[in-house]
Design a protein around this ligand. Sequence first.
Ligand code: SAH
Length: 227
Amino acid sequence: MRIDIISVVPELLESPLNQSILRRAQEKGLVEIVVHNLHDYAHDKRKTTDDYPFGGEAGMVMKCEPVFELIEKLQSERDYDEIIFTSPDGITYDQHEANRLSTLGNIIILCGHYKGIDFRIREHLITREISIGDYVLTGGELAAAIITDSVVRLIPGAIGDEESALTDCFQDDLLAPPVYTRPADFRGWKVPDVLLSGNFAEIEKWKETQAYERTKQLRPDLLEKLE
Ligand code: SAH
């Protein structure tokens, strides 16, 4: 898989994309993540990528030309399955969308900044608009990092224990059961007996019940979706 991220502040993406599981996934060749600095595609001396909005609103708007030039250059090099714009008015991001994106070959994520981007980019270039929640960020970089992180960890081989991504919260529309590690007794607080029993059928049953009960208590809306 290849993920191209377009930003006017690429520094914001450096750390989140280059540590831990994301770093190892790139080293193993499971994913190629390429961050592009949009300023490299501005042609004036000041490397301008934004301009005043028509109609006299406050704030600056990202210009069409550098974005079209860069994305059309990328499209001439390979096919892209999705050209994503991070936007508070997009579809709300969730695990189903992460699963879907993780099966694609090449995607572009365009990060907005300032007041947003010229609407013609959204109309004529973007194929998917994604919001990470009902709040407003200063730029799309953190949203792009979240999307990339959640997608890459789903690529087979990215996480050591193959199974572990499948047993996470939301994978079957249920929250994950509690997990424990040693010591079995910490300050008198004991790990549930069943987990120490060695009886795997019982352990599985306990996990399923816990997942169901926690979902019922914390996120009943997920159960409604299931039914
Ligand atoms: N004026 C715009 C917000 C601009 S915020 C509006 O009201 O819709 C600047 C940029 O941050 C946006 O273009 C978008 O790329 C990013 N952004 C802000 N909030 C976001 C969210 N909840 N999810 C994804 N991207 C977001």
